[in-house]
Design a protein around this ligand. Structure first.
Ligand code: ADP
Length: 387
């Protein structure tokens, strides 16, 4: 069993020597991270309970604190506050080698003078595992990862994808309780990245380990994670399954970060008629779904200005311009199975995904043509208007 619990975890990077320290008690925001007299708060209020064998992905833009969090779990970075438990044991002050975890890095970090087999055997040798057992465990990991034929090669004679498999192999021969991965696919080209993503999904079926995986790529997060943790400026924004964060984003940031192409956002008005909420955008007045009506009523939401979000796949082109949102086609991108129409509407660039099969006549959507579209009350996301 390897549960990992992070309780109020905090990381403060102290001010560099020589830099003027802030007055005690003073607090400010620097490049969106909170800065106190102690230093820069790279991660704070981080609370997460990871279940045994769960695949957790930490995702967010560069600098949001993902690697710092992972490195604190690994023991490579001191924890400034809070408690970290692995398997029920408080490990804040336990050395990395005694935490029973393994880590895979973006740059593979293989030893160039050793063969693949020697690289994979190295952590077991350090632990004085008997020779026969080392050979057996290396062979087994190589088999799982499909690198048996490269065991005698040196890393420089391997492709990027093969090297990353070796790095993963070196991590899993130890049969760690927790496998940490920091952007392991970032150095691979797009095609190989897709392939390795699928291989990672297979790998997790074959080994009994808890995974914590860091990426800035929302597609990787959505496809790999049992749950994903979305971070911004050192703070968790939302924790949920891929479906939960996609269907019910907790805030505007998550709504814009998860989903490709990005959700469309508009300045709209929330109105109430006969006790029912509707959202008004241009000429469209769309009544919200029963589920959303109940939620808004429960929260006592008042009519007024809101930010409306609708995903590109949920906007519907329609022929009736009188009751709809109207705009002009700017760009039409043929993606194969779908066309992405970029439309100027309501002062913003709207993207609508139209499946090619539904595209009766491409000329209808030629650049410069007028189109009208609408959305359903079930797919409308409402957020407080950010001023
Ligand atoms: P991410 O992995 O999400 O890109 P990091 O965890 O690497 O983000 O960094 C979070 C913040 O902490 C960033 O603002 C970064 O500049 C800062 N930071 C990271 N490592 C150090 C360090 N060793 N010293 C000072 N600041 C650091």
């Amino acid at each position: 069993m390897a549960e990992v619990i992070l309780k109020n975890i905090k990381k403060v990077y102290p001010h560099q020597d020589g830099k003027k320290k802030k007055k005690k008690g003073a607090e400010e925001r620097r490049s969106n991270l909170t800065v106190t007299d102690e230093g820069v708060l790279a991660v704070h209020d981080f609370n997460l309970s990871i279940k045994d064998k769960e695949f957790i992905v930490l995702v967010g833009p560069s600098g949001c604190g993902k690697s710092t969090t992972l490195r604190m779990v690994a023991g490579l970075e001191e924890i400034s506050g809070g408690e970290l438990y692995i398997d029920g044991t408080l490990v804040n002050d336990v050395a990395p080698k005694d935490r029973d975890i393994a880590m895979v890095f973006q740059n593979y970090a293989l030893y160039p003078h050793m063969t693949v087999a020697e690289n994979m055997a190295f952590p077991l040798k350090l632990r004085k595992v008997p020779k026969e057992e080392i050979a057996q465990r290396v062979a087994q990991a190589a088999n799982i990862l499909g690198i048996t034929e490269y065991l005698d090669r040196k890393p420089k004679a391997l492709s990027g994808g093969q090297r990353q498999r070796v790095a993963i192999g070196r991590a899993i021969v130890r049969e760690p309780k927790v496998l940490l991965m920091d952007e392991p696919l970032s150095n691979l080209d797009a095609k190989l990245r897709n392939q390795m993503r699928a291989e990672l999904l297979q790998l997790r079926q074959r080994i009994d380990t808890t995974f914590i995986y860091v990426t800035h790529d929302q597609t990787e997060a959505m496809t790999l994670g049992d749950r994903i943790v979305i971070m911004k400026d050192g703070l968790i924004q939302q924790i949920g399954t891929p479906q939960e964060v996609f269907n019910h984003p907790a805030n505007l940031f998550v709504a814009g970060f998860i989903g490709m192409p990005q959700m469309n956002f508009y300045n709209a008005e929330l109105v109430q008629e006969d006790g029912r909420y509707a959202v008004v955008l241009d000429r469209a007045k769309v009544f919200l779904s029963d589920e959303k009506q109940t939620k808004l009523k429960k929260n006592g939401v008042r009519p007024g200005s809101v930010t409306l979000g609708v995903r590109p796949e949920h906007l519907l082109l329609t022929g009736d311009p009188n009751a709809m949102v109207c705009g002009t086609v700017n760009v039409s991108e043929m993606m194969g199975s779908a066309v992405h129409l970029h439309i100027s509407a309501c002062g913003t660039d709207t993207i609508i995904i139209v499946p090619t099969a539904e595209l009766e006549n491409a000329n209808n959507y030629a650049i410069g043509s007028e189109v009208s579209f609408t959305f359903s009350g079930a797919t409308a996301h409402l957020f407080d208007r950010e001023t």
